[in-house]
Design a protein around this ligand. Structure first.
Ligand code: NAP
Length: 254
């Protein structure tokens, strides 16, 4: 046996295994200091590492995963999503439910987080509900080379912000959001955007649900980096169990 510690989480040892309330989950995921910029991501993956099932995430998640998914929106200032995910998952406006709005008001936060979409081609429909039904004017994060006509069209319904010359540079993305007072940055992916964020080492936390399924196909992993990169170490914050689904939280070890 080496010096490695292996801890049994399930079946649960005495005192562990208490059933968590929504408030407990909020506490477990609340940022320690809202004045300090933080980039958090949330993903679900199958046991064999796929971030999709039949091209979407719907069949990978479950009630507990959805609960945490919603709570993470509640806790942030801005939800950042790649245009591929917005298109593939058919995103609507970033509007929270009444409980979440009440919680945010009590916490002194605006009713809804800002929705920020990352796109280079600007292949986004300005007449979609993402923009027309938005409770807060969305932000489109793009680069200097983006098509001018699409930029002008989207500029009618969103703040279009350049964060790089040929690509959205993750460091400029973070800076642009923090300059708007949006310090608690939450991304829901997808894998291409997350690959860029991880490669640039701007990610502080990852909430990862391990879905009790084999996918077996050619689905992407949660990080689709453009190039091979050096390992980036993570510390394990918690592991929660919901039926056969693991809800994990990790922090970047710096
Ligand atoms: N398992 C999960 O938790 C999870 C989470 C999210 C998504 N997904 C799945 O992932 C799939 C989509 O994957 P994806 O990798 O295509 O998603 P994505 O990262 O959301 O979208 C990629 C697109 O985002 C834009 N983009 C990302 N990074 C950019 C950068 N640095 N500069 C400029 N533009 C950038 C580009 O948009 P333009 O093409 O407009 O230029 C790019 O084509 C879907 O099937 C979705 O269901 C799974």
């Amino acid at each position: 046996m080496t010096a490695t510690t292996v801890t049994q989480l399930h079946p649960a040892p005495p005192r562990a295994g208490a059933v968590l309330t929504v408030d407990d989950l909020v506490d477990l995921h609340s940022p320690p200091d809202r004045s300090s910029p933080r980039v958090r991501a949330n993903f679900v993956a199958s046991v064999d590492g796929s971030a999709t099932a039949a091209g979407r995430t719907r069949d990978l998640g479950g009630p507990a995963d959805l609960l945490v998914f919603d709570l993470l929106r509640r806790l942030c200032d801005v939800v950042v999503v790649g245009a591929g995910t917005v298109r593939d998952e058919g995103y609507g406006p970033m509007r929270l439910d009444d409980d979440a709005v009440a919680w945010r008001r009590a916490a002194g936060l605006p009713d809804h987080p800002v929705f920020a979409i990352v796109s280079g081609t600007l292949g986004l429909d300005p007449t979609s509900g993402v923009f027309t039904d938005a409770p807060v004017r969305p932000v489109v994060l793009t680069h200097d080379g983006a098509p001018r006509d699409a930029r002008a069209r989207l500029g009618q319904v969103a703040d279009v912000v350049s964060c790089g010359r040929d690509l959205v540079d993750p460091r400029l993305l973070v800076r642009a959001l923090v300059e708007r007072g949006l310090t608690q940055i939450h991304t829901e992916g997808g894998p291409a955007l997350f690959g860029d964020l991880v490669a640039a080492d701007v990610v502080d936390e990852l909430c990862l649900t391990v879905s009790p399924n084999f996918e077996g196909g050619a689905g992407p992993r949660i990080v689709a980096a453009r190039e091979a990169m050096a390992l980036k170490g993570l510390a394990l914050d918690h592991v929660l169990l919901a039926d056969d689904m693991l809800l994990t939280k990790w922090s970047r070890r710096r």
